[in-house]
Ligand binder design. Structure first.
Ligand code: FAD
Ligand code: UDP
Length: 368
């Protein structure tokens, strides 16, 4: 008889949901995390009474009612709608690409004028079937928007030429022929009142958690203590990089507390020219309509990833996807290890994707 039914490696949203559901039906769980706090990348910290998103801005959005109802059972959400501004040199545009953007750029007022302008630029570029991010972007919004709002941002974000990046990345953003600045098309959107960490705290209530604990430092010991492992860390590290190292893009966050009430008038402002070294400035209080006397801003600098750095974005190019599929094949053969989440599945998942996967996984595993 082992001490635990499950040891869950990682206290992010995937690990926390698994632990919560397993604990609910009486399974004995231990959650470990190598960081000094729970929550993984959705962790928020109270600074000056403001919930600061310590690992980048997190806006919850989904069209999946099951996921929305599930997360709402742990927190109430406010009505925040993400509508970033993009600054290119001294020009300011609304995001995502919509009639406000097209009007500011070309002076067009109607959807048909905007469509005609884009069609003209697509025709000039001669792209039939887009093969990479650059071609996909031009095919969606034309050359002007690509040059001003996409190329510089994308190349500094990923540290790679846009011609060498997969097309799907740019398809995350809506293109709309209405005057609607909502960054997402999803049915439900908002920020949890009180921040994300509270959600994870609720999920992990009554469950043993060990922080500052790296699975790989005591792997054998953990394996002996448990019937099964739920692993939400990097899948290549789990297999000791035997098929090669999966690549990531990292970030560096620079936080500042400012002695003023309102710094930039919006939660998210993107800086789209290559020469500005950060991609965006986040002003956290605006996610929750804060009225505190001070404000906290974060500049987000893209960074090269080396082993040991925080792996923020998987780079899902052909090389990495081939390597990942080898690890995936191995993982399919495991009977006592379950892999889940953004790192273990090596996918550019948003929170709602991770919740959906976690719910599927718990249903399959725990209803046996
Ligand atoms: P994580 O949150 O990464 O949790 C994994 C945990 O495992 C971490 O706490 C880590 O410390 C721990 N761990 C790893 N290895 C080990 C080990 N060896 N031993 C012990 N512990 C270990 N999603 C949205 O829906 N909306 C957004 O606006 C949004 N913005 C984002 C902005 C940025 C900059 C980033 C990077 C992501 C964003 N996301 C957003 C995605 C979101 O963060 C993820 O989908 C989600 O947090 C992933 O949850 P997870 O549990 O899979 O992984
Ligand atoms: N992007 C861009 N200009 C912007 C914002 C985004 O070109 O002003 C591109 C860029 O390639 C980025 C991708 O769109 O990597 C996806 O953006 P998103 O905001 O979804 O990225 P995330 O929030 O995950 O960093």
């Amino acid at each position: 008889m082992k001490k635990y039914n499950y040891i869950i490696v990682g206290s992010g949203i995937f690990g926390a949901i698994f632990a919560y559901e397993a604990n609910k039906i009486g399974k004995k769980c231990l959650v470990i995390d190598k960081r000094s706090h729970i929550g993984g990348n959705i962790y928020c910290e109270d600074i000056e009474g403001i919930n600061v998103h310590k690992y980048g801005a997190h806006i919850f959005h989904t069209s999946n009612k099951k996921v929305w109802d599930y997360i709402n059972s742990f927190a109430e959400f406010n009505r925040y709608t993400n509508s970033p501004i993009a600054i290119y040199k001294d020009e300011l545009y609304n995001m995502p690409f919509n009639m406000n953007t097209f009007n500011r750029l070309w002076g067009v007022r109607t959807p048909s004028e905007a469509k005609a302008k884009i069609a003209e630029q697509i025709l000039e570029s001669n792209i039939m079937k887009p093969q990479n991010l650059e071609e996909q972007a031009i095919k969606l919004v034309g050359k002007d928007i690509y040059e001003k709002l996409i190329k510089g941002y994308t190349e500094k974000q990923w540290g790679t030429k846009a011609t060498e990046l997969p097309a799907f990345i740019i398809k995350r953003l809506p293109v709309r022929f209405t005057y609607d600045n909502n960054y997402f098309n999803d049915k439900y959107q908002g920020i949890p009142i009180g921040g994300y960490t509270k959600i994870i705290e609720k999920m992990l209530k009554g469950i043993e958690v060990r922080l500052n604990t790296d699975f790989f430092k005591s792997r054998k010991e953990f394996e002996n203590l448990t019937e099964k492992i739920v692993f939400t860390g990097m899948i290549d590290e789990f297999y000791n990089y035997k098929f090669g190292t999966l690549e990531y893009r990292s970030l560096r966050f620079e936080n500042e507390i400012l002695n003023q009430e309102n710094y930039q008038g919006n939660a998210v402002i993107n800086y789209t020219e290559y020469e500005v070294p950060y991609t965006r400035i986040i002003e956290h209080k605006h996610f929750e309509y804060g009225t505190q006397p001070k404000t906290v801003i974060t500049k987000e600098y893209p960074a090269r990833w080396n082993k040991g750095d925080e792996p923020y974005y998987p780079i899902n190019n052909e090389r990495n996807n081939i390597i990942y599929s080898k690890y995936k094949n191995l993982s399919n053969k495991e009977t006592d290890v379950i892999f889940g989440g953004r790192l273990a599945e090596y996918k550019y998942y948003d929170m709602h994707n991770v919740i959906e996967q976690a719910l599927k996984c718990t249903e399959k595993e725990l209803q046996k």
